[in-house]
Every structure is written in C-alpha cells, then in structure tokens.
Design a protein around this ligand. Structure first.
Ligand code: NAD
Length: 633
C-alpha cells in the first residue's frame, strides 16, 4: 500500500488559442486597475494592447535566476506607480520576477507563460544574491491566474522549444520517483511524458502549427503541476547547482543532463522507470530521451553549452555537498562519471534489456539508414507493435504458421478483378480507420468512405440525365446532387465517378454475362455545381466470401454483407479528391456493415415517390429520389 499526503492549491487556468486577449478581464477579476507588466520587447506591445484601456507600467529587464537587485529595481518602479497587480508574460525568468514581487507586495499575479518551464504553477521561487541561489516555497508565491495562450508559443525558435520541453520532461521524470509521489502526480506525470514525447517531434517538424504546440503546452502545464507538488531529486539539484555555479543556460543544462541523471537513477527505481519507458513508448527510458534530444538537434554535451572540463570535479563536489532524497545513493565518484559522460555528450549505456526487447531494438536499428524518414517511422512502429503483439499474446509457432498460410492464400486469391487484400483490410476495419484519419483532417467537408474493391478506373463518360441502369431491373432512382467547396460555393465541372450494385447486390465486374460497364459512369457537374441522373435503388450485398477472408468471417460467425449504398468519387482542379458512399436510410445492415464503412452523416433518405418525375421521364409505379450536397476541401 502506498501512503501519501497530497496538497492541492487553488489557481485559475485559462487555456486556448488567442486567450491573451482575455488578459484585461482576468486582471479585472483580481480587482486590478493599474497593472505592473513584466514583459520583454517581443510581447510587451501585444499584451499592452490587450490590457487597454488599462495602461500598464512596463518592466522589460527580468533576468534568469531572479537576481535580487533586478527585483529591487522593479519594486521601486512598482511602488512609484502604485501598481495594484502583477502581469508577467514570458518564460520562467519573467514569471520568477512576478513571484519575487508578489512575495514583497502580496499583489495578485496574472501570468502568461511563453515557454514550457512550468514556474507559473508552482509555489517555489529561486532568487540569486551575491552569486548564490536560494530557493523558497510559499503558497503566497502561487500566481492567482495563468493564461496559457498557444499562440504566444508559436514562433518560439526550435532550439528553445526543444530545450524548454525537455526541461518540462525533467519535472515529470523526477515526479515519478519522488519520495512524496502520489496517485495524482503519477497520473499527470505519465500523461505529460507521453504528451511531450509525442508532441515535441511534431512541433519541430511544423513549428507554426497550433495543434502540436497546444499538445506540448498542455503537457508542460501538467509537468509544472508535478514540479510544484512533489520533491525533485538529483537531476534538478544538479541542473541548478552547476547551472548557477557556472552560469550555464537553464533549459539547455536540463536537456544535456536529463538522460544521464536518468541512467544514474534507473537501477534504483525500476518501477518508476518502467512507467517512464512505457509512456515514452521505448524499452529503455534514458537512451530514449537521449535519442529524442539528438534526433531533434537539441544540446547533448555540457562542453557545447560552455562548461570547462576543469569544472567537472567541482560540480560533482557541489552536487553531494548537502544531502537530499534521491532513489540512487549519491556518490561523488558516481556523479563525476555521470558529468563526464554528459560533458562528452555520450549516449548513456542502455540498462539490461529482456531478450524480447533486445530483439525488437535490433530490428528497429536495422532501419537506421533508411533515407525516407516517414518510411523509417512507419516501419519502426509496425515492428514495435507486431513484436509486442507476439509477446503479449504468447503467439505459438503453429499459430504464426497459420497466419502466414492465411496471408499466402489471401495473396493467391488476388487477380486483375479480385483484390482479397482490400477485402481483408476492409473487414478488419483498417481501411475505415485510415479513412477516419484522413477525414479528421478536414472536419468541415463531407465525410469520406472507403473506396472498396469494385472501383474500375476510367468509367464511361455520360451526359447529365443519363440512366446508369441500362434497362436492368430495379426501383428507379432519381439522383440530384450538388458539389460545393467549404464556403458553400458551387464547384462547376467537377468530375464525379459513380458506381453501385444492381438490385441483386452485384457489381457488373462480378457478372460474366453483363456486357460492358453498367451501373458505373463518369459525369461532370454543371455551372451550378449540380448533377442529375437516373439509376436504380442499390441493394445490400455480400462481399465475395469464397476466399480466405470469407473463411475468416464465417470462423468468427460474422456475415459478409454491406449496407446498400452508392459510391461517389469527386475531383475538381484546386480541390482535394473526395471518395465517399451514400447509404440508404432504413436499409439492411446499417448497424453491422461488414467493412465498418457507415457514418451517420452519410445515411440519406432515398425518398419513395409516385407521380411525375423531375425530368418528365415516364415511370410506371413508384420511384425514389436522392438529394445531397457534397462539400469538398
Ligand atoms: P527564460 O524565461 O529565461 O527564457 C529564455 C529565453 O527565451 C529568454 O531570452 C526569453 O526572452 C526567450 N523567450 C521566452 N519565450 C519565448 C518565445 N515564446 N519565443 C521566443 N523567445 C522566447 O527561460 P525559461 O527556461 O523559461 O525559465 C528559466 C528560469 O525560470 C530559471 O531562472 C529557472 O530557475 C526558473 N524556473 C523556476 C521555476 C519555479 O518553479 N520557480 C520553474 C521552472 C523554471
């Protein structure tokens, strides 16, 4: 049983994009009328404008490690202006100054962080006087309000982004083996580690995109919460000691040291490191962090960030000068070895791997020279998942041999008109999963759906009003659709390919007696983006079940039927191609479509009608009509 004490603090967090605009409202919430604004030139103007009509007194000289003389200079200005609240926008340095001023004045603070340091959510302050940094904790230091505006972090240089994010990662790594760790910080820490490991490479690849920046900032908030809630160990002690003693840059020092302090502590905290490795998605946490930093061109050597080799022994001595809790016993020799490795920028030696992990790493390493980064990424992920699947499910040789035989017969079933692998992908929901991912990138357009195995490239071009059915039996269906862009402007001359099954559920390619393409055509929309044609009501049909995929379905007692639908593929110059299907509302198998292709937005009323038809065509008895608007990207 884990015993613990957890103290929570009250603080208001405003998170989003463009939230800096709410700064005046937040200042007024704490009854501020004359704000004292700590902000560098990069952001002072933006926040001053957002504070209007309040007019702040601006102080732009916050410095790293909160020097007391700078605080006193700011304090004089603040008192002269009779300021009644503190606003800070910037990294840990700006926040540190606001906290130092709050300590001396008890004024409320509204903080807008622009880095991932996390100081804004802690009750700590490290101040420097006469070359010594003294850290204190007090609930009075905690800012009343934090406004996280993702837009303030866009434009942060990539090198600062990497080191600042690894600084945040250090908080959560140490939180997991902290002596006062508790279930709340454990949860936040695991979430933040996974968040940073996933978001940081995406931010580096696309530094101006909001979503990855938002994911990273959210993880950094959680990391700051952990930093504030539990006791940090060797890593923070070392980073602060040698950063302070030798004037090294804060976040870069954290970045270089983290893999090495992790390697030092890992053998003494195996459970915590197993969680860290799991959250990172790697077998060995210290090397995974080193590799992440190296892959993103972050700093990996103390020498490169300005530490002389002659200082290593002094640094090791300082690090063990006063005792503090840490999973691994602190030895000056051990820390000197750690610092020497960090000084040279060496990759930590991986801890002992299980034979399974070693095998996986060997295979992953075999992709190291792949020239295409995306292929390398996908192959690496595939191998990791496959290996984990084999291990987790204890797959036997017989089972794996059956799987190979199954894939072999799937391949052997394929020919020019039969694609058994598409059927396999469809019936396992993989095609629909890829489609969902594609779809999620353009949420304001018509949802797409899988292509399916029956599309034939280059269908016959037909005029508007044409009847696709070519005399085949079935309930007549009048289709009247419009194609627009995302602003609802009609798209004229869009190429629309249409294909569907007959009333018995077969496509023409499945019917040896049918001569030429039937129930498939290529149309163009008119000047109003409109397309009208005749066809017949599609029927539910089974996917071809006479092959290995059919055997698989019957082995798991699944039916092979698709809900009735018409396929559309829409292309127009300057627009993304849309491949989708419209399903007949009330049709069979909507709830159990065998390829998992039904989306609620694509289920449409194919309304039953009687009487005159829209184009005057004579129809005996009832007919159906389908109206729909496709929005394309
Ligand atoms: P920082 O605030 O000194 O910022 C580093 C540099 O980046 C500065 O030049 C700054 O102007 C610039 N910068 C900041 N945001 C930027 C952006 N979005 N785009 C471009 N440039 C930007 O560094 P930091 O790493 O954020 O904070 C380090 C300081 O914070 C240290 O003094 C550290 O001790 C302290 N800290 C304290 C706590 C705490 O809980 N008390 C926690 C973490 C850090």
């Amino acid at each position: 049983m884990q015993s613990f004490v957890y103290t929570s603090h009250q603080q208001r967090i405003v998170f989003g994009a463009g939230t800096a605009d709410q700064v005046r409202a937040e200042v007024e919430r704490v009854d501020g009328k004359r704000p004292f604004l700590v902000a560098g030139p990069r952001v002072a103007e933006r926040i001053t404008a957002a504070l209007a009509p309040l007019t702040p007194i601006v102080f732009g000289a916050a410095a790293m490690h909160t020097p007391v003389d700078v605080t006193e200079q700011a304090l004089r200005m603040l008192r002269e202006a009779d300021a009644d609240c503190l606003v800070a926008v910037g990294g840990g340095s700006a926040t540190g100054l606001a906290k130092a001023l709050a300590l001396r004045t008890d004024l409320p603070q509204v903080i807008l962080p622009t880095t991932y340091a996390g100081s804004e959510v802690t009750t700590m302050l490290g101040e420097t006087a006469n070359g010594r940094k003294v850290t204190r904790r007090s609930p009075a230091l905690l800012p009343e309000t934090v406004i996280y505006d993702v837009e303030l972090t866009v434009g942060m240089p990539v090198d600062l982004t990497v080191s600042s994010a690894i600084n945040a990662l250090a908080h959560v790594v140490e939180a997991l083996y902290a002596p006062d760790a508790n279930p709340v910080t454990d949860l936040m820490a695991c979430d933040a580690i996974a968040g940073i490991a996933s978001a940081l490479p995406r931010v580096v690849a696309s530094p101006d995109s909001l979503e990855p920046r938002a994911d990273l900032l959210r993880a950094a908030w959680l990391a700051g919460m952990c930093l504030g809630a539990v006791t940090m160990g060797l890593h923070h002690k070392l980073a602060h000691t040698i950063g302070g003693a030798f004037g090294l840059p804060h976040a870069e020092t954290h970045t270089v040291l983290l893999p090495h302090t992790m390697a030092y502590n890992a053998p003494a905290a195996p459970a915590a490191f197993a969680r860290i490795a799991e959250a990172l998605g790697a077998p060995d946490a210290p090397t995974a962090v080193y590799d992440l930093i190296a892959a993103l061109a972050g700093p990996t050597s103390l020498r490169a960030i300005g530490l002389g080799s002659a200082d290593l022994a002094t640094a090791a001595e300082l690090a063990v000068a006063s005792p503090y809790p840490n999973p691994q016993a602190l030895s000056e020799r051990g820390i000197l070895a750690l610092l020497t490795d960090a000084w040279h920028g060496r990759r930590p030696t991986p801890g002992p791997l299980s034979p399974a992990d070693r095998l996986t790493e060997q295979v992953v390493a075999s992709f190291a020279a792949a020239p295409d980064p995306r292929s390398k990424h996908l192959l690496t992920g595939l191998v990791r998942h496959l290996h984990r699947f084999v291990v987790e499910h204890d797959v036997t040789e017989t089972e794996w041999s059956q799987a190979i035989d199954f894939l072999t017969s799937t391949g052997q079933k394929c020919d020019d008109t039969r694609q058994e692998f598409i059927l396999l992908s469809d019936t396992l929901g993989v095609s629909s999963m890829v489609d969902l991912m594609t779809n999620s990138r353009t949420a304001d357009t018509t949802p797409s759906a899988v292509l399916g195995p029956f599309y034939v490239d280059g269908p016959p071009t037909r005029p508007q009003g044409f009847d696709l059915a070519a005399g085949l039996p079935g309930a007549p269906l009048w289709v009247d659709v419009v194609v627009t862009d995302r602003r609802d402007v009609p798209v004229s001359q869009a190429v629309v390919d249409v294909w569907q099954s007959n009333a018995d559920g077969f496509y023409d390619v499945q019917l040896p007696d049918v001569d030429g393409p039937v129930l498939r055509a290529r149309f163009r929309t008119d000047d109003a983006g409109r397309l009208r044609f005749w066809t017949i009501l599609p029927a539910a049909y089974p996917i071809p079940a006479d092959g290995p995929v059919g055997e698989l379905l019957s082995a798991v007692r699944r039916h092979p039927y698709r809900a009735p639908h018409v396929h559309f593929m829409i292309s127009a110059p300057g627009h993304g191609r849309l491949i989708t299907q419209l399903f007949v509302a009330g049709g069979e198998y909507l709830d159990s479509d065998t390829v998992f292709g039904v989306k609620p937005e694509l289920v449409v009323d194919f309304a039953a009608r009687t009487g005159p038809t829209p184009d005057g065509r004579a129809v005996d008895g009832p007919w159906h009509s389908l109206s729909y608007t496709f929005r394309i990207a």
